[in-house]
Write a new protein. Sequence first.
Length: 71
Amino acid sequence: MAGQWLLFDLRRELRLTQEDVGRAAGLAQIRISQLERGLDEPTPEERNRILQGLIRRAAVRGLEILILDRD
């Protein structure tokens, strides 16, 4: 169940809460918590929704860094 660590690491790297990830993926915060703790495996649909949500947030974060860190 290495997926839970990947989810946790990506979420922390993007400075997101479980609620942020859940909102981006259309899932409840408690479901994100269950997946991170390895209590359950995500369905293929959940996995895709989480990945799409993380990708969108990563893109936004990258733009924020690019725009705000300009000197």
